[in-house]
Design a binder for this molecule. Structure first.
Ligand code: AMP
Length: 507
């Protein structure tokens, strides 16, 4: 039985050594070199491990690099060493990086010469591995293979950080087994082979990238890391897809919608190129999907649904019928080896088309939030339908219902989590950051869905310019409110809490 994801790269590098594994803006890498380079990284990590007196042999390694093939080499290198990786976005503000480091406590960071100095500004005392200084000629295969033999499938492979409502990011911890389970499903369901070419959009700190990275690693397909700037230029983006003969994409709906809104297909014909268009991460409006379907009718379209906590996705719907622009697109049915069920407020299964919370059980579940047992206990709970043995389910916080075909329809969130341009954001994290400013008396954040804007209501003695400058230092760019409304008297409800309903009227 496969006990780690490394079997995949061992196979692909052995049977398809010259296949191109990854292509980015600057260079490309064969499967043979992918293995060599990642093993060289592993050897450096193992060297550091041996110098440490601590008995902890499976610790977190942070990756702090610009997006590129080096990041993936580092991920796989970390896995080869028996440790687990956690990418840190280079655009994340210092205050937030420090929060992540405080939770993760990485013992090693892999970075580049250019970024090492930058990382030195953070609260970090561990070791450094500088990517350019690691040479693949010096790989000691035996050393690496010894480390691999000690990996079991319930060991962590990665920790991805998501927004946390109290202002503390949550590190979702995922095991090798969960990724194996998920990727086996992906490659079987969509018949992925070594001849496929993936066009990656998702940042590597976002869970959608797991599908791209590991579907290729397993099958020997090629992963194109599409330059970020192209996502603001629909026509050049489609040309890039065509020139590189990319036949499979798995993007957030916001990225797909940029293309359909501008009808960029009129300029570039992808009928002979694209085969699969998969999406996940937020609602896919049928209005936009219908444009895609009109221009590219033979493509397989699939709506995948799921939070980071269940290894990217747990339900799917392969689009097989027509929808009007205002109909919701189902999130479908559970993936293989996963059970999803819908509970009402009394923790009972819903009847007919009653709305309830989507809950998940199965191998895909995260082990919980890294170093945060309190938050873990809130959502990874005992299955209320199973009184006989301990069994953990994940409560997604997503409200759903079944349609007449037995497919699940996504309705909304139960809480203040939003999806803004594909990014998962807890409005509470922005509120906590803004409240921490001394000039701010009260604040509240709401999301204007129709205008796709985060709106900040604020009672504060600070100019808009100063406020923006300060917020930028606390939260990532995508969390910065698009509109700020100053209020001298924040409306409150009967309990004395900020009245969000009244504020919504001001949006
Ligand atoms: P993330 O952990 O960033 O993947 O975000 C997970 C959340 O995104 C889910 O809990 C949903 O609220 C939302 N989401 C993910 N996929 C879909 C989808 N296909 N349709 C609607 N919402 C989605």
């Amino acid at each position: 039985m496969q006990s780690n994801i490394l079997d995949w790269i061992e196979n692909t590098s052995k049977f398809m050594p010259d296949n191109i594994a990854i292509c980015d803006e600057k260079s490309s890498l064969t499967y043979c070199d992918y293995r060599k380079k990642s093993q060289a990284i592993a050897r450096e990590i193992i060297k550091v491990k041996k110098e440490k007196t601590s008995s902890d042999r499976k610790f977190p390694v942070a990756v702090y690099m610009e997006k590129g093939l080096e990041v993936l080499v580092s991920f796989i290198g970390i896995a080869y060493s028996g440790c687990f990786y956690s990418p840190i976005d280079v655009e994340m503000p210092e205050a937030r990086v420090n929060k992540v480091l405080e939770i993760l406590k990485p013992q090693i960071v892999i970075t580049t010469k250019k970024l090492e100095k930058h990382f030195g500004d953070f609260n970090y005392q561990g070791s450094y591995i500088i990517y350019e200084e690691v040479y693949s000629e010096e790989v000691d295969e035996e050393l690496v293979s010894e480390a691999v033999q000690q990996i079991i499938d319930t060991d962590l492979l990665y920790v991805l950080f998501t927004s946390g409502s109290t202002g503390i990011p949550k590190g979702v911890s995922i095991t090798h087994r969960s990724v194996i389970d998920y990727i086996d499903w992906v490659t079987d369901t969509f018949s992925i082979t070594e001849n496929d070419k993936f066009g990656n959009q998702a940042p590597f700190y976002f869970d959608n990238s797991v599908l791209d990275i590991y579907s290729c690693l397993k099958t020997g397909a090629t992963l194109y890391i599409i330059p970020k700037k192209l996502f603001f230029q629909p026509v050049p983006l489609l040309k890039y897809i065509k020139e590189n003969m990319i036949n499979t994409i798995f993007w957030v709906p916001s990225a797909l919608s940029v293309i359909s809104k501008l009808k960029a297909f009129r300029n570039v014909d992808l009928t002979a190129t694209l085969k699969r268009v998969l999406f996940c991460g937020e609602v896919m409006p049928n209005k936009q999907l219908n444009i895609w379907r009109k221009f590219l009718p033979d493509v397989v379209y699939a709506n995948l649904y799921g939070p980071t906590e269940i290894t990217d996705a747990c339900t799917y719907y392969i689009v097989n019928r027509s929808f009007s622009d205002d109909e919701p697109l189902p999130i479908g049915i559970p993936m293989k080896n996963t059970e999803v069920f819908v509970l009402n407020d009394q923790d009972q299964l819903v009847n007919n088309n009653e709305i309830g919370e989507l809950c998940v059980r199965g191998t895909s579940l995260s082990m919980g939030y890294y170093n945060n047992s309190e938050k873990t206990r809130e959502v990874f709970v005992q299955n209320p339908l199973n009184k006989a043995v301990p069994e953990i389910i994940y409560r997604t916080g997503d409200l759903v219902k079944y349609n007449e075909y037995g497919e699940i329809i996504y309705i909304s969130r139960k809480d203040f989590q939003i999806k803004h341009l594909g990014h998962r954001i807890e409005l509470g994290e922005i509120e906590t950051a803004v409240s921490s400013l001394e000039e701010v008396t009260l604040c509240c954040c709401l999301y204007n869905e129709s205008k796709q804007k985060i709106v900040l209501f604020i009672d504060a003695d600070i100019t808009l310019e100063q406020l923006k400058e300060k917020i930028e230092k606390l939260v990532p760019e995508y969390m910065i409110p698009g509109k700020v409304i100053y209020l001298e008297n924040m409306p409150v409800n009967a309990n004395g809490k900020i009245d969000r309903v009244k504020l919504r009227e001001l949006l």
